[in-house]
Write a protein that binds this ligand. Structure first.
Ligand code: ATP
Length: 809
């Protein structure tokens, strides 16, 4: 036995020795060196070429083996693929360090340079690659190819924790740390260098004045010696690897940093030696390539040139927006009654006088329903005093709806809002036809009504990003909701926005049924687009969460931050529909009577709503939630925190007002569309635009009578816990495409309905049914929320066997 082991160790040793000898042979080393050097050149050329050709080659990466498809990269498909993974999926411009590192490794093998030098270069190289990628990601979000996926994602990740300035600081810190460690730049070193320079210049001056050239040489030597001494004087107790590297690396850097961006930075910090000039030029070359030249030649541009930009509205190209004459016009000229004004002014002055508050000046602004009296009190009167007298002043003025604003933000005056005896209706017609609304460039403009100074008040739902509406019954909430929906109908094409309407009262929103196939979104296989049933609400909300996750994935693969950028990219044909990309319409979820829902479904509704409210902003899902009962168990903290924009119609108590707005005031409104809008900080009093049911009916009729999409916008399927699909589907009832579908799923090893939709060109419903049948047959696993289903059959053979067994069984 012992002999045997000895023999085997001997064998092993000789094997190792042979391998060792093989690598020690200068011939082998030279060959390896040459390979590395040539490969580095190959990579460098491929990388440079990549910046010209990447957009053209982007789609062929997945078709590597298909010989019919050719790559534009100068170094063919391998060049394109390597560059794609190193630059696009990797480090962006930072990837240029790779050929550099391979190059110096090649030199190491060829000329037996010091190993420690190469190892240190690799260390620094990898760190620099990460830094460059991160820095490019930070500087430009637009040209993501400069930062690569790593830089982009890292930026995104870090920015959530540190914010943009924080990340800038981190980047600067690492840059300085790099310079300090690598070049030993300390404050003392800099001061010494400056001193040395000064000395040099003074000596040179002297020398020049004496016109003695030989002296000049001396001074240079003196300076050189100085710097040498400085280096010696540096604390030399700990000599780290990094410090060593400076000396070791110098020759390498000078010879080969042509391919390297970071080394250029070194040169700037180091004493500028004329020898290092060419390195700077090379870096500039790389940047130019990345930014400009190739852009005009890429595939998307070609597509746009040939077919024009993608037009989401094309399918309903003849769609006509509703006309203004569908809306009723009222007499809206505000009649200022001078007597009323004078009377109110006198009352205000007298009342305040009773409380010993003198007035220096008073000014009135007459709005549609209220008049604002702006008061400048006498010097020395405290504003809080007037604020405290609010109720007394209201009583003295004997009118409802007195609201005191002390002080008016940004003005320093005190405002007293008094309702007009004769209110003027603010018609939807007037706000919709206003220039301000028609010419607004907002993504989702909403004309809410008019302010006290009779200006049309427009807000952008996309910026809000969600809206909470509350008010006691009969104060104008439903009219408000209709005003919001009408605004969007007048400005947004059916391709651009979809509504999900939840109406437990079953009356308010039914009119919108007529525009189901134009503007509404619904769950697959449901009859009514307007949801009135609580369980369906839960399913719809969860389905919206799935849609949100899908949209986030799409945004991620498109490397954009929000729906706006995504759609711009999609329209410019930069996103391939074959990869699941599609034009994303905004989705506006409107929930009337939120209190009802919370009472019946509680957490089941609150959780997905909170999730949507927290995350849906970037991907274009916006929530409008209305409630009659603004109590804290309906408008919970978590809901409130995610709805910064709120509208309060008249409520019955100060507490309710506080629940909605975090401020009193809504209890002092006069009703009939009188409302307070809080966009986060300041509160604005607005008279809501009035649109009544016949008008909404006319608009929906107008839209409904036009050509529509074949069906309402389909939301992703969500199967609730109690729902579940019918799993014992009869073999005889199977879809004709069942086998084909099974093969596709097994080949792709991905159990998703959208894959079937794409490959077999099916509608969502049929693809969904096929997936159900595949689940029943045991080809795919059960539904797992937003993830694709697991494929349970590993290959074709297993699939054949499974289907054969089924037939026999
Ligand atoms: N902006 C407005 N301008 C003029 N009148 C209005 C306005 N808004 C509402 N009103 C009047 O108030 C009435 C009630 O409004 P609305 O139906 O919107 O109340 P609501 O808050 O929805 O009530 P509920 O909660 O019971 O449905 C309307 O019929 C209308 O006469």
């Amino acid at each position: 036995m012992a002999k045997k082991t000895k023999a085997s160790t001997k064998k092993k040793n000789t094997a190792f020795r042979t391998i060792g000898a093989f690598f020690k042979s200068r011939q082998t080393q030279t060959i390896i060196g040459v390979f590395f050097i040539l490969f580095s050149i190959f990579l460098f050329v491929a990388f440079v070429s990549f910046f010209f050709t990447w957009q053209d080659d982007h789609s062929i990466i997945s078709q590597f083996t298909d010989r019919n498809i050719r790559s534009k990269n100068w170094l063919g498909k391998i060049g394109a693929t390597l560059s794609h993974y190193a630059i696009y999926e990797g480090f962006g411009v930072g990837a240029f360090l790779m050929p550099y590192l391979l190059f110096i490794s090649g030199l190491f093998w060829m000329f037996r340079t010091k190993l420690s030098k190469v190892v240190i270069s690799w260390n620094w190289g990898l760190v620099s690659m990460l830094w460059i990628s991160l820095a490019f990601g930070f500087v430009t979000k637009k040209y993501t190819v400069l930062s690569g996926v790593i830089g982009y994602e890292l930026n995104d990740y870090l920015e959530t924790f540190t914010g943009t300035p924080g990340l800038a600081i981190i980047l600067i810190f690492f840059f300085i740390a790099y310079v300090v460690i690598r070049f030993k730049v300390t404050p003392e070193a800099i001061i010494n260098k400056i001193r040395a320079r000064k000395k040099e210049s003074t000596v040179t001056e002297e020398v020049l004045s004496e016109e003695n050239l030989s002296h000049e040489e001396e001074t240079i030597t003196v300076e050189f010696d100085d710097s040498k001494i400085e280096e010696k004087e540096e604390p030399s107790e700990k000599k780290s690897d990094f410090e060593l590297s400076v000396e070791n690396l110098q020759p390498t850097i000078q010879n080969h940093s042509e391919v390297d961006g970071t080394e250029v930075i070194e040169e700037v910090v180091e004493e500028p030696k004329p020898k290092s000039e060419p390195e700077l030029e090379v870096e500039i070359d790389v940047e130019e390539v990345a930014e400009e030249k190739h852009v005009s030649e890429n595939l998307s541009d070609k597509l746009v040139k040939d077919f024009g930009e993608f037009d989401p509205k094309l399918e309903l190209g003849n769609y006509k927006f509703p006309t203004f004459n569908l809306l009723k016009q009222y007499n809206e000229s505000i009649s200022v009654d001078p007597e009323e004004l004078e009377l109110n002014k006198n009352k205000i002055v007298d009342t305040l006088k009773n409380y010993k508050i003198g007035i220096a000046q008073i000014k009135a602004t007459v709005g549609p329903t209220i008049t604002l009296y702006e008061i400048v009190p006498d010097a020395g009167i405290r504003i809080s005093k007037i604020k405290n007298l609010e109720d007394d002043i209201a009583l003295s003025l004997a009118a409802l709806g007195i609201r005191i604003i002390a002080p008016i933000p940004g003005k320093g005056t005190i405002g007293i809002e008094v309702p007009n005896k004769k209110a003027t209706i603010v018609s939807m017609h007037s706000v919709i036809s206003s220039k301000k609304f028609q010419e607004s460039t907002m993504e989702l403009p909403i004309a809410l009504g008019k302010t006290i100074s009779n200006e049309t008040f427009i807000v952008d739902l996309a910026k809000m990003p969600h809206l909470l509406m509350a008010g006691a019954t009969g104060q104008g909430k439903s009219v408000g909701l209709n005003a919001v929906l009408t605004s969007l109908l007048y400005r947004k094409h059916p391709a651009e926005v979809k509504f999900v309407l939840v109406d437990p009262k079953k009356v308010e929103l039914t009119l919108f049924n007529k525009i189901e196939r134009h503007y509404l979104a619904k769950l697959p296989d449901t009859e009514d687009a307007i949801i009135t049933d609580t369980t369906k609400v839960v399913n719809t909300l969860n389905s919206l969460c799935i849609e949100m996750d899908t949209r986030y994935d799409l945004l991620k693969t498109a490397m954009v931050r929000n729906i706006k950028e995504y759609n711009v990219k999609f329209k410019a044909r930069k996103l391939n529909p074959e990869n699941g990309h599609r034009f994303l319409p905004y989705i506006v979820l409107v929930i009337d009577e939120f209190a009802d829902l919370i009472m019946t479904a509680g957490k089941e509704v609150e959780t997905p709503i909170a999730r949507l409210a927290q995350l849906a902003r970037a991907i274009g899902i916006h929530l409008i939630v209305a409630t009659q009962r603004p109590s804290v168990n309906v408008i919970t903290g978590i809901i409130k925190a995610n709805f910064p924009s709120r509208i309060a119609f008249r409520v019955t108590s100060k507490i309710d007002s506080r629940t909605i707005l975090d401020a009193p005031g809504a209890d002092q409104l006069i009703g009939r569309g009188d409302m307070l809008y809080s966009g986060g900080n300041d509160i604005t009093r607005i008279q809501c635009a009035f649109v009544d049911t016949p008008e909404v009916e006319k608009i929906t009729d107008f839209i409904g009578s036009q050509r529509a999409y074949p069906e309402a916008y389909q939301l992703p399927e969500y199967v609730g816990e109690e729902g579940g699909t019918n799993l014992d589907i009869d073999i005889a009832d199977r879809d004709k495409l069942f086998k084909e579908a099974a093969e596709i799923i097994v080949t792709a090893q991905q159990g998703s309905a959208s894959l079937l939709q794409r490959k077999l060109k099916l509608g969502y419903n049929r693809a969904g049914r096929l997936i159900d049948q595949l689940e029943a047959a045991g080809v795919v696993g059960p539904f797992e929320g937003s993830k694709a289903r697991q494929v349970l059959v590993p290959d074709f053979v297993a699939l054949e066997q499974l289907l054969e067994n089924e037939k026999n069984g």
